[in-house]
Design a protein around this ligand. Structure first.
Ligand code: GLP
Length: 257
């Protein structure tokens, strides 16, 4: 796991976008793993500028979303299906339907989870973008999730439901369950780029980077990934020890592999 600390959220977004752009340039039909939430929005916006300004072409790229709420129709504006459409597929000019999202409104959720896991296994993911929950969750893999987990139905913690209540009319409207890629599913991606912004994520980032890998902080699983990069702003990095060897603070040039 490598950690790059940048002064502002704008630079974090640019850096994460550069990672994705490099993969798509090398392989136009790349498979992207896509996260929702606020953290990756700057990266998606920066990628959108590369599409508009530099002619970056994602028309052959495909993607898999990390997770979806249970019980929301895909047309519901707060469903991750709709969020991915608004923030990724449409602005990045990907083909309609190029990004698959777990079927959170399916009658048989276990079957939907299995089908999703199989589809990811068959296609592989070239680069997975992640945010991180304040409690260290990735996707909707809450603390306590085993590192061996695959796509499945999970119950959301109260903390996560409260954190996500800002998107809903009332806190009780936040779904109680979700379908999420598991930690083992996420770990199969060839490259992983996790974005974390703000003081609210500082403790989760510290535990992910410096803690012993454990289900208590799901993001700590990334310590065992051969090509995981955390791109974080100063506030999110504020609890990582300055001496930590994995950490590159304010690199003049982002070292490419
Ligand atoms: C949600 C999503 C995660 C996301 C997390 C953090 O729970 N399921 O994929 O990483 O929120 O969200 P934010 O980036 O808005 O802080």
């Amino acid at each position: 796991m490598r950690v790059v600390v940048l002064p502002t959220s704008a630079e974090v977004g640019e850096a994460a976008a550069a990672e994705i752009a490099a993969v798509v340039t090398e392989r136009p039909d790349a498979v992207l793993g896509l996260a929702t939430g606020d953290s990756p929005l700057g990266a998606y916006a920066a990628l959108g500028r590369r599409v508009e300004r530099d002619g970056l072409d994602l028309s052959r790229a495909r993607g898999f979303a990390l997770d979806e709420y249970v019980g929301l129709d895909p047309s519901d504006p707060q469903s991750y299906n709709a969020v991915i459409d608004r923030t990724v597929t449409t602005p990045l000019r990907m083909r309609a339907g190029a990004v698959r999202v777990p079927a959170g409104a399916a009658a048989d959720l276990d079957a939907a989870a299995d089908a999703y896991e199989r589809a990811i296994e068959e296609s592989g993911v070239d680069i997975q973008i992640l945010g991180i929950g304040a409690n260290g969750h990735i996707g909707f893999n809450e603390p306590g999730s085993a590192f061996t987990t695959r796509t499945r139905v999970v119950a959301l913690s109260e903390r996560t439901r409260l954190d996500n209540a800002r998107f809903f009319a009332t806190p009780s409207d936040v779904p109680t369950h979700a379908l999420t890629q598991g930690l083992a599913t996420i770990m199969r991606a060839r490259r992983i780029v996790l974005v974390a912004l703000g003081e609210r994520k500082a403790e989760a980032v510290r535990a992910a980077v410096e803690g012993r890998p454990s289900a208590a902080c799901p993001a700590s699983v990334l310590q065992d990934h051969p090509d995981a990069l955390l791109v974080v702003d100063e506030a999110a990095a504020s609890r990582i020890a300055v001496s930590s060897s994995a950490v590159n603070r304010f690199p003049r040039l982002l070292a490419r592999r």
